[in-house]
Design a protein around this ligand. Structure first.
Ligand code: CU
Length: 149
């Protein structure tokens, strides 16, 4: 955890130096989302995982997630194997927010239906500064973890 934060800091610093000489550089966050998935739910709850990358020079925050799958979608962090709702996640300038198994995640409660492997779940990510971003999360097998594939 600490090592990752230090790394992100170093990347941000490098990006800042590179852009310092460019007066017409776009300011503000520049957000892209990749690697999203949802393990096939086995109850009326589900989790979602993805990576939010900020290539911009301004930090941003993921503040909420909405989805047609559930009216009760929240963002959670995991600490000491217990999860807890948070109001936002930092998306550092030149850095990434990783929502990954065993860590931070999107939590869907009271599912309106149970999506099956091979289907897709639409979500919309809301940020403090950047415009909302819509992505489809492919539904994977229940135990799927890209880190161990
Ligand atoms: Cu959770």
């Amino acid at each position: 955890m600490k090592r990752r934060a230090a790394l992100a800091g170093a990347v941000a610093l490098t990006a800042g130096l590179t852009l310092a000489g460019c007066s017409s550089a776009e300011s503000g966050p520049d957000i892209t989302v990749s690697g999203g998935f949802m393990p096939q739910p086995v109850s009326d709850m589900a989790a979602g995982f993805l990576v939010v990358k900020n290539s911009g020079t301004t930090s941003d925050r993921l503040t909420s997630v909405t989805s047609p799958l559930s009216d009760d979608v929240t963002i959670h962090e995991t600490k000491n194997q217990a999860m807890r709702m948070v109001t936002s996640f930092d998306v550092p300038a030149g850095g990434e927010l990783n929502l990954e198994r065993g860590g931070n995640h999107i939590m869907f409660m009271k599912l309106k239906q149970r999506p099956k492997q091979g289907e897709k779940v639409s979500v919309e990510l809301h940020f403090e500064k950047a415009d909302p971003i819509k992505v489809d999360l492919p539904v994977k097998e229940t135990t799927y973890n890209p880190k161990t594939q």
